[in-house]
Design a protein around this ligand. Structure first.
Ligand SMILES: [Zn+2]
Length: 218
């Protein structure tokens, strides 16, 4: 079975038109968006976003996400201490929701993307189908990413309604939001077709168009 790259076909990622023998820096004649075989610089971009997300994951978990002020005292909670607080308090459903949405899901996304990027860089043939499925899962979770932030705002609302304490968002929320956004950007930058690349020469993300292709009439 020959691939689109091998048959010199370039699909337009925007409008779906397929062009034959188009040079690497050509533009789609229908919608004028640039044509490329793969997302540009996919692995490098994914890495950059991933590293940034991993760095931000630390303050997101160590810095307070909520400051609870009551008449008597003021308490600062990180995600983990918040979860423990809910658990001890008897609201274990809430503790589980926050644990899954704010701790497990971001961690799962980071680890999955690291596995996908490392194996794609090595052009590993290990579990290709499973990796493609993993990417689809990560991508579909992406839509629900803001769930974590919603949980915090929901809690703030809930406690505010009960009226015995005042809850404000802490610095941790900003770090947290940035982890969510950075992981989404990382999963958007990752090109799942890289999973299927074998040793065949792919007109690579950072390869310069060869003169042979350049001289060709479109
Ligand atoms: Zn197009």
């Amino acid at each position: 079975m020959s691939s689109a790259i091998a048959s010199n076909l370039r699909p337009c990622h925007h409008c779906g038109t397929v062009w034959e023998d188009a040079p690497d820096d050509a533009h789609c004649e229908v919608c004028h968006s640039p044509l490329h075989v793969r997302k540009i610089d996919s692995l490098n971009r994914t890495w950059a976003f991933l590293i940034a997300a991993c760095i931000m994951y630390i303050p997101a978990n160590l810095m307070p996400v909520m400051t609870t002020t009551t008449l008597l005292d003021e308490q600062q909670d990180t995600i983990m201490s918040g979860i423990i607080y809910f658990w001890v308090d008897g609201s274990w459903e809430l503790a589980i929701v926050v644990f899954i949405a704010s701790f497990l899901v971001p961690l799962f996304k980071l680890v999955s993307l690291i596995i996908l990027t490392v194996s794609a860089r090595r052009r590993s043939s290990w579990q290709r189908l499973q990796r493609a499925k993993l990417y689809r899962v990560v991508e579909s979770i992406g839509r629900w990413s803001m769930l974590d932030v919603f949980v915090v705002s929901l809690l703030t609302g809930l406690v505010q309604i009960e009226g015995f304490a005042k809850i404000t968002a802490g610095v941790g929320v900003a770090a947290f939001g940035s982890v969510v956004v950075l992981t989404m950007l990382a999963s958007l930058s990752f090109d799942p077709r890289l999973i299927w690349d074998q040793d065949e020469p792919v007109s690579n993300e950072n390869a310069v168009p060869s003169p042979h292709v350049d001289l060709q009439e479109q």
